[in-house]
Structure formats: structure tokens, C-alpha cells
Design a protein around this ligand. Sequence first.
Ligand code: LMR
Length: 396
Amino acid sequence: MFEALPEPKPDAILSLMTAFRADTRTEKMDLGVGIYKDSAGKTPVMRAVKSAEGRLLETQDTKAYVSPTGSAPFCAAMIEQVFGKDADTSRLRAVQSVGGSGALRILADLLKEGRPGAEIWISDPSWPNHVPLMKAAGYGLQNYPYYDAATGKVRIDDMLAALGNAAKGDIVLLHGCCHNPTGADLSLDEWNGIIDLLLEKDLFPFVDLAYQGFGDGLEEDAAAVRLLASRVPEMVVAASCSKNLGLYRERVGAAMLLGKSEEEATRAHARLGSVVRANYSMPPDHGANTTEIVMSDEGLNNDWREELETMRQRMVGLRQAFAEALRKRSNSERFDYIASQKGMFSRLPLNTEQIDALREDYAIYIVGDGRINVAGLPEDGLDTLADAICTVLAED
Ligand code: LMR
């Protein structure tokens, strides 16, 4: 049996996380895996989450099963967070998922049942796990060009041209905000152009929303999803609470759908419950229950929003300071794009040898495609970092 199994391909992000942990050099710098870090390099449990967990511990009086679709109040809170408090929820449904990745997978399975022949179009580049995840769900994959490394912006014309070649009924995976790995987001005008094409070609929007609150703000980062929901007949959204509630290991997310009609939405929701039941039966409770408390208590909710906003502003500040340090060290404006990109990630123009040299010679850990986690940038070490980057670039 097992002798027939091929060696798995190491995951680009998780293998870097393991290598960083094993590195004994004290000056090591982790710009790899996408977790938020404060100025002390820590990823603390958020204040409101800690309080809600305490409350949950005191008040929870049963661990009896909930259901494959999870907590209904949690799902309602997530619909409000993503689609807005004034949204018409009659055609919106949500299922509590095992993180954002779990939402991606169950939604992919659901869509496979709905349109078995459809292929999925993924941005080039994208989060590395999108590809194996969608392949595991049985999809044929296509790429659309996305990022212009020379300008740090989206190749909107090339993206539209590529999607223009999609077959009727194909699925398009879109990053709702804070594109991972580039930090280059579409403007609302560009979203409107994409939506025109989706409608014209009957393409199905599948949105990955993993970083709401890390770009321009909690409400602002949902603008694209809300625009889509106002214009397309049906769509799905995979939302994550890993980053904006710092619940990474608790695995909290929501698989959401907008149906053409109430009836179709209800049927798709029930079907999603069946997908879950056949897969892992039910989602874990703790993180979603904690989230529900944070969302429903006014004091905790305000405190969470405040802390999230502080985190966001810290990342914006780090972007500006890092772009400035690189401008000074390189005597050029070639890195200025970092200051205006959104969310947790940007990409540096480094090749594999340069990335290896940064890790081996300077203990600086960067994902193999040049992606850096902005929250991992060292406030007091930006000049040192800029120096190392410019040195390896010059040595090539
Ligand atoms: C990342 O992109 O670094 C995060 O989403 C963590 C992961 O699971 O890859």
C-alpha cells in the first residue's frame, strides 16, 4: 500500500515556517508565513478574543453536537460582516467552515456538483495552496495574468483578455482584497470591468476573502464582494477569521453563497451541509463560538475593531517605512510600490538564488516567489534588511 505513495511536494510556505523554527541564529527574521506580528515579533491572542474565550469557558454547559452547517448565529454574523448590515440577506446563506481553506474546499466541492465540467481560473500568481486545493477537488485549472512586477499594479487588460477566453460557465477565483502574494488590488472601476465580463460570459465568481480588515479597513475591504453581490445573480465567498481575529489554529471561517433565488440559495445551503457531512461531519466549535461572542457583544466588538485597526495601521506604517529604507539604500524609486499596496504581502523582485542567499547568509526568510509578510518587518531593522536585499540584488 504505502510504498506506492509518491513523496509529497513540500508546501512553499509551511516548509519555510519549519525551517525558520529550526534556525538557531538569534538575528533571524521571519517574513514568510502570513501571520500578523506586533512590534515585539509576537502574534498575541486579540484582547476581545481572550475575553470571549473566558466567557465561553464559564458559560458553556454542553459540548453536544451542533450541526454540519455549524452555528447559525455565527453564520449570520459573518454574513453581516462580509455583505454589510444593510444587505438583503434573503438570497444569502453561510456555513461555518474549518478556516478559510476549509471554506474554499467545501465550496469547490459544491460547485463541482453544480457544474461538473467547469474549469477554475486562478490568478498568476496566487496563494500557492489554491492550486493543490482546487486540483484535489477535481478541477482542471487555468491561469489569468495578474501582476505587473515593473509597476506593482494589476495587469488589468491582460487579465480581462485571458478571462475573455474562458468557456461559458467556468469559475473565476478572485481575491476579495489584499491579494496574496502581491498586495496589488483591483480598483472598484476594474472590478466593474471584470463583473461586466463575468456577466457577458456567464462566468461564476468564487471569492477568497482571507484578509478583510488588513487593507483599507473592515468595511472598505468588503467593497468588492458587496459590488459583486449587487450585480451578479449568484456567487460564493470563502471568508476566514484566521487573520482578522487572529484565530489561525482554531480554524474558523465561513463558506457563503448568494443564490439566484431564495429557493436555490436554501437548496445550495442544504447541499453544502451534505458536502460537510460526507467530509468531516461537522466543524469544530470553539473558535466560531468565540467569534460569535465577539460579534454580538457591543463592547467586545468595538474593542476588536479597534485592535484590528491598530494592526492595519501598523502594517501601513511598516510599508511606508520599508519603501523609504529601500529608496534610500537603492537610491531609486523601484520599491515605492510597496508603500501603496494592500494588506499583509508584497513581492520583492528576487530570484531563487537571491532568496536562498538572504536565508543562508543573513537568516532572512522570504517565500520562494519573493513574497514578504509586511507584518514581520522589523521596525528597528529596516535599514539592515534593505541593505541585505540591495546587496544580494547587486551581487547577481
Ligand atoms: C499564508 O499565505 O502565508 C497563510 O495563508 C498561511 C497558509 O496557510 O499558507
